[in-house]
Every structure is written in structure tokens, then in C-alpha cells.
Design a protein around this ligand. Sequence first.
Ligand code: PEP
Ligand code: MN
Length: 273
Amino acid sequence: MKDLKLSGHKADKKRTVIEVGGLHIGRDLVVIAGPCAVESEEQLVKTAVAVKEAGATMLRGGAFKPRTSPYAFQGLGLKGLKILDKARKETGLPIVTEVIDTRDVSWVGEYADVLQIGARNMQNFSLLREAGKSGKAVLLKRGMYSTLEEWLNCAEYILAEGNPNVILCERGIRSFETYTRNTLDLSIIPAVKAISHLPVFADPSHGTGVLDLVEPMSLAAIAAGADGLEIEVHIDPQSALSDKDQQLSPAAFSVLMKKIHKIRKMVMELDEA
Ligand code: PEP
Ligand code: MN
């Protein structure tokens, strides 16, 4: 692949480690958990406390939701960001939240520890440039129709603005399969590692859209070498205003976290052997 001047491996093959709120992304396993959307203070804070208790290291929650229909819940906006701030104060968990508009990058960045750029905006080049200028860590999700080369070139837009803090996140691509919401492409995890020094995560929630597949695909992603996971968890999934069929209950997430730690330990041992 050509022109991956900043995202491609350097001569020393050293991997990037990004420090956010005391975490070392790319070195320590990071699990981002929380609801699809911030819906209320009670919903978010209760979920945040539960995921922290289960071992999550970052909190997610959308205040701006890119929805297929303009009539679907679009998120709480500023009110949602203020609720995220409250949950951060209560739990100490750094916040990952999506930004969908160039005009919002600087003020959303005042609330977020990590700005998420979603699959639908992966190739929104002006948004990438703004996120680059913000200097904030950016979680760049893979577009649902995007090749590895296109994805890394989008990371390049952020890096070229002088922001080295880019985390890639595989979230499934469109295929002919309809049973799953997307096809989680786990082969891309070791492929990213072969080409790039950037940390790479997997999102098995959007990647499958099927509750029972979130656990096995989380474990498989760690086995494939993912540096972290982004998992949707809701205090009461059935009442969720978006993505209700893919959000884990805190109890299921807690069981999953124990398995994640076990498989991560095995991966580390194999890497050392
Ligand atoms: C999300 O994580 O909230 C989201 C909308 O994901 P994606 O952009 O991967 O669809
Ligand atoms: Mn979602």
C-alpha cells in the first residue's frame, strides 16, 4: 500500500501507545462499554456504574446518533454530553462519544476523552481533518464498504494534522449475509497489525447485531490480537431507544469480562512463548 506515510509501520516496527485518562491504549487491554445512546441521566449513570464494576475501562454513549431514518431518535446532544460528564465524575471512566459534524468537533472535544468517528463518516474528510486538529484521541471506525487501504488513508488524514492519537475499530462490513447485521471481519485485525503501528479494536455489537454472537466474537477478536473492544451495554436493553437487540445486560457483560481476561492472558502467554 502506498502513501501510508504516517499510519504505516516505521523502520523500528514499534507500536503506538496512546495515553488517555491513565490508560495505555495499544499496550493494556481496553474495554469500552456503555449504551448505544445516552437516553437519560439515570440510564447512563446506572449503566456506567455497572460496567465499571464488571471491569470496563472506558465508557461509551452516543449524544449524536447517525440514524438511518431522520425520524428515529437522534440523541440528546449537549444534554447527553453533560450526562456523560456526570458519569465520568461518578465512575472515573474516560468517555468515548461520537461526533458527526465538523462544526461540533471543538466543543464535543471539551466533554469527550476520545472522539468517535463512526462508520458512516469514515470518509468525511473535513470531519477527519477537524478531529486531527482537535488533538484529541480519535476512535476511527471502519466504513461498512471500506477496504483496509481506504481505512488507513482516513487515519492518515487525522495523523497528517499532527494528531498521532488514532485508534482503529473494526465494526463489520456489508456482505450478502442477512442473519447478522454486518460481517465482522476479524482477519482485518492481524492485517492492520502487519501494516500499521496503530492500535486496533473490534466492535462485536455493531459487527454482528445479534446478542448471542457478541460474546464469542469478543473472545475471537481478542484471540486475533485486538488491542481492545467496544461493546454496547444497557441497564435495561429492552427499553433502549436504539440498537435494543444487540445491547448486553450488565449481568451478561460481567460474565463476558471474566472470559475476556482469561483469553487475553492466554494470548499474552502465547506471544511470549
Ligand atoms: C456506534 O458505535 O454508536 C455506531 C453508530 O457505530 P458504527 O458507526 O460502527 O455504526
Ligand atoms: Mn449502536
